[in-house]
Design a protein around this ligand. Structure first.
Ligand code: ADP
Ligand code: GLC
Length: 480
């Protein structure tokens, strides 16, 4: 099949979270099955073109969105065939991948239009156009209307993957003309355009309405978003399409994330010799300026600091737990200021136990996976979550809330049968979290049980080789 991905993040070029990891990996695994996969993303100013050399492709052209005209150039990756970057400094040379600027909707509309216009220039006829999150939510409708005249796309089917349904891309209805689809006004969800607050357009919603299929990133999340609690207003529309809504757990790119191969960590290790893990723990603590004590467990966190991730439960609770149990806490992340401040306050109060590294660092993310004993992910909701799956492979025992992909990937430890690989709490409250973390800390003191837990997790297989076949099935069954 000819498959085209359009995404706002692709690792290793630019990512803020798991979307980048997934779109960085899935096309490679589809190619291994013989498909021709092309991937489009913005050429953000942050992309290091010295490390990832690119070359211009064809002549520049103009993308017109309503009354706005953007000059774009397409560049291809020299080392990664099939990778296309949309170059438009006016749109993408900003301080961050995502902004709250008034043209945010146009930044990603332009990405989709530039992708389709490039396919026309290449005369590349996709069987599947695979869209990701709200940024590409209007693309299925755009293809069916504005590009319907072009026979190049007459056999193209579309699929939208929802990586997080809380980010919906909601913009004022006054921006309708920027979509170039004002003539197709009747195809927009009417209630939204006429809403008393002046009306709005919800990009993710229109992806759900018009894509030939909708997938999300775990089976449990696929069910959760069809209910009111986690539907975020989209549940009625997802229920209406329930036969085409499929949950596929994300895969893990084990070339990038496994302790045997990891080039970011000082000591590689494997299930048959775990000694390197203890050495990585020492390296981690040293890197963060914390003392090392044998037999004192290290809890790790690597995360966007967003309310989704459930860290508000730690306020009040964490100081008490640190005092009582004496473990160490290494935290990497950035995001909402009140959460950053909370972790900073833990560090100030417990300087030899806690280190909060505020920022984004891929090497440190790898070192925490390798060096920590326990990985904490108390997400309020989690469409899939990758770090708990990385943790399992590194023998870093996850403590998670039972939601979304966390429920689908972590099996609760059963001390009687010695089965299971993590600690899973049912209710998202401090009692649940305290129980799970204290049970993990108590189990850590039993070296035989702990080793079993680690090995159970390390033996689990979330490889893309398996998951990619599920995407193939979805592609084969897409509606028109
Ligand atoms: P989400 O996409 O909701 O952020 P995931 O668990 O799916 O959650 O993916 C997070 C990805 O982003 C992982 O690869 C993780 O290592 C990475 N990540 C998150 N925060 C940071 C950070 N501060 N520094 C480095 N990597 C990070
Ligand atoms: C989103 C979700 C996360 C998921 C990732 C990749 O950012 O929050 O749970 O793993 O997308 O699909």
């Amino acid at each position: 099949m000819n498959i085209v991905f359009v995404s706002s993040e692709v690792a290793p070029y630019a990512k803020t979270g798991g979307l980048g990891d997934v779109v960085g990996a899935l096309p490679r695994y589809l190619r291994k099955l013989g498909h021709d996969v092309r991937v489009f993303m913005p050429l953000y100013a942050s992309i290091d073109t010295a490390r990832h050399p690119i070359s211009p492709l064809g002549d520049p052209f103009v993308v017109t969105l309503g009354s706005h005209r953007y000059h774009v150039r397409i560049a291809t990756s020299d080392a990664d065939p099939g990778m296309y970057f949309v170059h438009s400094p006016e749109l993408y040379a900003r301080g961050a991948l995502y902004t709250a600027d008034p043209d945010e909707h146009r930044r990603f509309l332009a990405l989709g239009w530039a992708a389709l216009m490039t396919l026309q220039r290449l005369q590349f006829s996709p069987d599947v156009l695979h869209c990701h999150d709200w940024q590409t939510g209007l693309l299925p409708l755009t293809l069916k209307t504005a590009f319907a005249w072009d026979r190049l796309f007459s056999a193209t089917k579309t699929v939208l993957t929802i990586h997080n349904n809380m980010y919906q891309g909601v913009f004022p209805a006054s921006t309708l003309s920027d979509t170039n689809l004002a003539a197709d006004r009747h195809l927009f969800h009417h209630d939204q355009l006429t809403h008393p607050d002046g009306g709005r357009i919800n990009y993710l919603l229109h992806g759900i309405l018009y894509a030939g299929g909708v997938t999300t990133v775990s089976p449990t999340y696929a069910k959760e978003i069809q209910r009111e609690t986690l539907g975020a207003g989209l549940d009625p529309f997802l229920r209406a399409r329930r036969s085409t809504v499929v949950g596929i757990l994300n895969g893990v790119d084990y070339d990038e994330w496994s302790p045997e191969k990891d080039t970011h960590i000082p000591h590689r290790y494997a299930a048959d010799d775990l000694s390197g893990k203890e050495e990585n723990k020492q390296a981690l603590l040293q890197a963060l300026g914390l003392p090392y004590y044998p037999n004192v467990p290290v809890v790790g966190i690597v995360s966007r600091m967003a309310s989704q991730k459930g860290f508000d439960l730690l306020a009040g609770l964490m100081p008490d737990l640190l005092r009582r149990h004496g473990f160490q806490l290494t935290v990497l992340g950035s995001g909402e200021p009140h959460l950053e401040q909370m972790f900073s306050s833990f560090q100030r109060a417990f300087p030899s136990q806690v280190c909060f590294y505020q920022g984004f660092s891929n090497p440190l993310a790898h070192l925490i996976e390798a060096g920590a004993d326990i990985f904490l992910m108390p997400s309020r909701y989690e469409p899939c979550g990758l770090n708990q799956m990385y943790s399992l492979r590194y023998g870093t025992v996850p403590v998670v809330h039972r939601t979304g992909g966390l429920a689908d990937s972590v099996t609760p430890w059963n001390p009687i049968s010695s089965r299971g690989d993590g600690f899973v709490f049912e209710h998202h409250d401090q009692i649940g979290l305290r129980w799970a973390l204290e049970t993990a800390l108590a189990t850590y003191r039993d070296p035989i049980a702990w080793r079993r837990l680690m090995l159970n997790g390390m033996a689990k297989d979330f490889s893309w080789e398996r998951q990619v076949k599920l995407y193939e099935l979805v592609y084969q069954r897409l509606e028109n």
